[in-house]
Design a protein around this ligand. Structure first.
Ligand code: NAP
Ligand code: MG
Length: 393
């Protein structure tokens, strides 16, 4: 490797799996060069969370990072880790610094049938992670009256529209978004579509919300002009449709595209799509910034319940597939950017060895419950990774 890969270690069961993957599946085969950041909760607390910011800035500098799942502290973690502060979610900090969009894709296998029978290829969900109802102001009135929307510009100019004349008590909500954020979201989506050579769908409800959703549609169309010629060169399409039409088309589709969604729609649809594909433990996630930096990780958390069993000496059957694919995705991207075809082909071999191990019936307990066909053998994480390592040799 020439450029370092930004490596972000994490917490609990996934921290154990992280070490195993490196020792058994990567270091024996690759001259790995990483810049290591320990995002484990203890180190975040010791550095006043500086380590998270440093890691995010390193991803901006080098362009590719791989991250282990991390604890987002809550009240219980404050006492468990004797924290100085309830630190923010590292993912939120990194996403803020990179201004990125998260793309979630399931790892699919023929022996794990999606609930939707027509789906043959993965569907990737891109959720806009800023604004709308997640940054709304709300109000419940005790009496009737007039609700208005008032905007005071920096210039002092005001604009005013009536929301509704209420005949009695009611509820009100004011929400917003920012053109720059929608533009960044669109850029990340078009970049990721080109990167993965898949069609990009975007859906909203601009027939009803002519101004608000209309702005989303218009900004996507404007940004698309920057990518139109690359799309046609690759033979991929940008497709806008209304959200309800999109839902119907997605269910009838074969999959194999990226579906970009507004914040709330993405929240709902990502849970629907990931559940329909099978298991959270098979979901990978990539954060893509509008200037083209990439951070790869598993979509699941630190699997706390398994970690407590591990601490009691039990060999757990925690599924490492999403974390393995985070590593392979990051190594492939690094290889592409640095012109290292051997690194790219190693990433492919690691993924194939992982999938072949499952195809041959050796897998963790969560998958053994999902696969169809011959009776699968449920093994521990250590045995599963050992079986993949055997295949790699
Ligand atoms: P979780 O770690 O995703 O685990 C929830 C449950 O899902 C597990 O108990 C397990 O079910 C199953 N599961 C998830 N990943 C699995 C895997 N790889 N193999 C097998 N089963 C798996 O979510 P959580 O327990 O709500 O959160 C734990 C910690 O993770 C929290 O501190 C949270 O802040 C953090 N978190 C971090 C991220 C991130 O860094 N991206 C994301 C989400 C949560 P069974 O117990 O039934 O086996
Ligand atoms: Mg959700």
């Amino acid at each position: 490797m020439t450029t370092p890969l930004v490596e972000m270690d994490g917490d609990e069961m996934t921290r154990i799996i992280w070490r195993l993957i490196k020792d058994e599946l990567i270091l024996p085969f690759v001259e790995l060069k990483t810049e290591y950041y320990d995002l484990g909760l203890t180190e975040r607390d010791n550095t006043g969370d500086r380590v998270t910011e440093d890691a995010a800035n390193a991803i901006r500098k080098y362009g590719v990072g791989v991250k282990c799942a991390t604890i987002t502290p809550n009240a219980q973690r404050m006492t468990e880790y004797k924290l100085k502060e309830m630190w923010k979610s590292p993912n939120a900090t990194i996403r803020g610094i990179l201004d990125g969009t998260v793309f979630r894709t399931p790892v699919t296998l023929d022996c794990i049938k999606p609930v939707v029978r027509t789906w043959k290829k993965p569907i990737t969900i891109a959720r806009h992670a800023y604004g709308d109802v997640y940054k709304a102001s709300e109000l419940r009135t005790a009496e009737g009256g007039t609700a208005e929307l008032v905007f005071t510009g920096k210039s002092g100019k005001t604009e005013r529209v009536t929301v509704q004349k209420l005949g009695g008590p009611g509820v009100l909500q004011g929400m917003h978004n920012i053109e720059a954020s929608i533009g960044s979201f669109a850029h990340s989506c078009f970049k990721f579509a080109i990167d993965t050579r898949q069609d990009l769908w975007f859906s909203a409800k601009d027939t009803i919300s002519k101004v608000y959703d209309g702005a989303f549609k218009e900004i996507f169309e404007r940004v698309y002009e920057d990518y139109r010629s690359e799309f046609s060169r690759l033979g991929i399409e940008y497709f806008y449709t209304l959200i309800d039409d999109a839902v119907a088309r997605v269910v009838r589709s074969e999959g194999g595209f990226i579906w970009a969604l507004k914040n709330y729609d993405g929240d709902v649809m990502s849970d629907m799509v990931s559940t329909a594909f099978g298991s959270l433990a098979m979901m990978t996630s990539v954060l893509v910034s509008p200037d083209g930096s990439y951070e790869f990780e598993a979509a699941h958390g630190t699997v706390t319940k398994h970690y407590y069993r591990h601490l009691k000496g039990e060999k757990t059957s925690t599924n490492p597939v999403a974390t393995i694919f985070a590593w392979s995705g990051a190594l492939r991207k690094r290889g592409e950017l640095d012109g290292l075809p051997e690194l790219c082909s190693f990433a492919g071999r690691l993924e194939e060895a992982t999938l072949d191990t499952i195809r041959q019936g050796v897998m963790t307990g969560d998958l053994a419950l999902l696969v169809e066909g011959e009776k699968p053998k449920s093994v521990t994480t250590w045995e599963f990774i050992g079986a993949i390592a055997e295949k790699m040799k």
